[in-house]
Design a protein around this ligand. Sequence first.
Ligand SMILES: [Zn+2]
Length: 125
Amino acid sequence: MRTEDREYFKRMLEEKRESIMHDLGLLETHLMKATSAESSGDQIYSDHMPDLGSDAMEREKAFMFASRDGAYLGQLESALKRLDEGTYGVCRVCGVDIPRARLEAVPTTKICVSCKEKEHDEKNS
Ligand SMILES: [Zn+2]
């Protein structure tokens, strides 16, 4: 993938990430947390989720990732990581470069169309 394409998708993914974080209220939450972290009892979610460590932030993240938007946010994060690693836009099954048009339509995809169709066929056969 060319550098300018990487920059392009990086911006796109970061914009999507920001807008989802905004939708989830994360940007505001973090600001609030700074002032009320100690008093706001962070046990609210503990009945619903595995304890991922003592860090309240981690628990909150896990809770968030359980939602649909949160899952998408996770996909965006991992796409951004692949961009950094240089594996973004490469099909994880057959290793071909995923066409730019497909990446524009589904920027978090890890798989090319023909592999996706194959996977789909296998699941349904
Ligand atoms: Zn493929």
